[in-house]
Design a protein around this ligand. Structure first.
Ligand code: AMP
Length: 176
């Protein structure tokens, strides 16, 4: 199957009220389980990556799956942004607000050098807090953001408003 023949949205399973009531969870595991669909997703994401980027930054945990595959396809390195206490070296940390409570993300201080250009990747853009915090972490290292690339965007949550100074690309959109 050619990558353009694959409709990626067909491979996303919606699970109502997971992990809590009111959340319509977008499950990417059917897409990952299908070799053609997974390859098509990575090829489509790669179309939006500028040439000359130095690294792909993936956000724990599903951002690791898409980010690492994209890094391989682009021939560049992969940098993980992780939940607190997971990275063994010296880190920068950022605390950000969730719907209920706070969360923290960390990046290794030596993960990127000043002037490096990075693409930030996650499976899904919802309210934008996770991606906006990752943008700040990457900038703290002196690196630049080429773009943010997501498999899925929940348009109705307007997450891209938190990413106004970065190009944002999503392969699948949900209007509501
Ligand atoms: P946000 O910070 O609100 O943009 O949330 C984005 C993060 O939460 C991503 O890492 C997603 O994997 C996860 N996420 C948020 N909402 C959903 C959803 N409806 N289905 C699956 N994952 C979600």
């Amino acid at each position: 199957m050619t990558t353009t023949a694959v409709n990626l949205a067909d491979y996303i399973r919606e699970i109502p009220d997971f992990p809590k009531p009111g959340i319509n969870f977008k499950d990417v595991t059917p897409l990952l389980a299908d070799g053609d669909a997974f390859a098509a997703a990575i090829s489509q994401m790669a179309c939006f990556v500028e040439s000359g980027v130095d690294a792909v930054v993936g956000i724990e945990s599903r951002g690791f799956i898409f980010g690492a595959a994209l890094a391989q396809q682009m021939g560049v390195g992969f940098v993980p942004v992780r939940k607190p206490g997971k990275l063994p070296g010296r880190v920068h940390a950022i605390e950000y607000e969730l719907e209920y409570g706070m969360d923290v993300l960390e990046i290794h201080r030596d993960a990127l050098a000043a002037g490096h250009r990075a693409v930030i990747v996650d499976d899904l853009l919802a309210t934008g807090g996770t991606a906006a915090s990752t943008v700040q972490l990457v900038r703290r290292l002196g690196a630049e953001i080429s773009s943010c690339v997501f498999l899925i965007e929940l348009d109705f949550l307007q997450g891209r408003e938190k990413l106004q100074d970065v190009p944002v690309h999503s392969m699948i959109h949900y209007a509501g």
